[in-house]
Design a protein around this ligand. Structure first.
Ligand code: HEM
Length: 227
């Protein structure tokens, strides 16, 4: 793991460093440039870890939530159909975009219910105390059927549709997640697109081929098998 991480971070830093040489002032306004410019005392490993952590914490949480939502929808044909119909009603044959999300409440409900049911951050540190969200979410006194994945619970009028903090997934207080809106937009748009793709192009999508091409260089993936 260490070797892979080091190799990826080294390649990423080198790539960006080359870009910074020709980039304008505006394009240099980023976390990495500031680290490289003002963190000359940092060892290479420290630099890599400072970069690695936010990448993983922001992309892993969002990706894992999207994956769990797809898993739950994949198991639940009825709710998958419901979501598909709602998306089609709003978007027609167009692809889901971020600006349409506020009109598709079931999609955001799927996102929030997935955060509740498969919380990607197991412990939420509120600095002086740590909260166990799973314990709170599964409390039968607080929620009906807490052990079931039921997105409709977040359609209850007691929840503000635009509230990103229907669960404790993004923490709270001063250190509340700075990317909650972005995570919600990315995950919901991706989910919406996957559901559209699944229903409309089910027959055409060669998922095995796609994965193979992504994971292996093209010339290797295309090499005909012997025998
Ligand atoms: C589903 C996805 C995500 C979840 C569940 C999540 C959860 C959290 C939690 C619980 C914290 C608070 C940690 C603490 O109290 O120390 C946090 C902090 C933070 N998150 Fe997220 N996060 C997600 C996605 C993102 C994304 C996409 C970004 C950026 C684009 C982001 C940026 C941040 C930042 C910068 C902080 C630190 C805030 C601070 O300490 O002032 N997060 N996140």
């Amino acid at each position: 793991m260490d070797i892979h991480r080091d190799a990826v971070m080294k390649a990423l830093i080198n790539e960006q460093w080359k870009r910074f040489v020709t980039a304008g002032e505006d394009e240099r306004q980023c976390f990495l440039y500031n680290l490289l410019e003002h963190g000359k005392h940092l060892k290479e490993k420290q630099l890599q870890m400072l970069l690695w952590e936010p990448i993983i914490e922001t992309s892993d949480t969002t990706l894992v939530t999207t994956e769990w939502a797809m898993y739950e929808l994949g198991k639940d044909r009825v709710r998958q159909e419901l979501l598909y119909n709602e998306i089609t009603r709003i978007c027609g044959s167009n692809k889901v975009t971020e600006d349409m999300l506020s009109q598709i409440p079931y999609l955001t409900a799927v996102f929030h219910e997935t955060l509740r049911y498969h919380n990607p951050v197991a412990m939420v540190p509120l600095r002086y105390i740590a909260i166990n969200p799973y314990g709170c979410y599964m409390d039968k006194k607080q929620r009906e059927n807490p052990d079931q994945w039921l997105p409709e619970r977040f359609l209850d009028p007691k929840f503000d549709p635009m509230d990103l903090h229907k669960t404790m997934a993004f923490g709270g207080g001063r250190r509340v997640c700075a990317g909650a809106l972005q995570a919600s937009l990315i995950a919901c748009t991706a989910l919406g697109r996957f559901v559209q793709l699944k229903q409309e192009e089910e027959e055409d999508v060669d998922t095995v081929g796609l994965t193979t091409l992504k994971l292996r260089p093209l010339h290797v993936a295309r090499k005909p098998r012997k025998g």
